[in-house]
Design a protein around this ligand. Sequence first.
Ligand SMILES: C[S@@+](CC[C@H](N)C(=O)[O-])C[C@H]1O[C@@H](n2cnc3c(N)ncnc32)[C@H](O)[C@@H]1O
Length: 242
Amino acid sequence: MLSRKFLFRNRWAWFLQGLPSFARAHALFQAKRATMTTAVRSRALWDLCVDTAARGIEGAFVECGVWRGGSAAIMGLANKHCGTRRKLHLFDSFEGLPEPSAHDGALASSYSGGRSSGKLETIDECVASREEVEEFLFGKIGLDRLQTEFHQGWFQNTVPADAEGIGSIAVLRLDGDWYDSTRVCLMHLYPLLAVGGILILDDYSAWEGCAKATKEYRAQHGITSPIKQIDSDSVYWIKETQ
Ligand SMILES: C[S@@+](CC[C@H](N)C(=O)[O-])C[C@H]1O[C@@H](n2cnc3c(N)ncnc32)[C@H](O)[C@@H]1O
């Protein structure tokens, strides 16, 4: 009983964080129980999605690392709110995080109980099933199934195989925590991001492998777009050149 009250209060706290836009407040309220991000990040996600519509940036919304679908819900609801009919592409194993690798450092190794050989085997953390996410997005949130495409499996397999079918991307949200997960998404999906499109890295300052993969990718491709802080962990930048 107590925990229900606590949850209720929290959802209302998120609602308040979304004001003065009622649509944003309502989206945050709905997404709260299905995301492990913060209200600040969810609010920024809504604003960045809406911003791409205001600037006429074409392309899909893509999330790599969906978990229970809270951030995907915000992206889908922002799409609806703007009256755009973008495709929402969702990549996840739907069996949780794989093992981190040596690039991810001691914290990740300890989080995964010492399993840090980079194997594509679940460490049983951040697990949510595809059925649960579908029920949430199409049932509770009311997104259109036909506008949503699931890419189930390890990014290392699905992202290179499916990238070609995605076309232009307006918002690319990477939330896969580890070095290898971030790297493969940047390699195959960043080239699809439209000029003016937005890359969001949820774990930039939370997991060292995410920042490492990102810094390497920026250096290799001469990317100098300023990195903007959303909160202490999460960042984004706007793609300036092809
Ligand atoms: C931190 S959770 C995502 C949180 C979610 N975006 C939210 O709003 O709360 C990380 C997700 O990334 C997925 N993931 C990480 N690395 C992956 C990989 N290499 N292949 C497939 N899924 C991966 C996990 O299954 C998990 O659902």
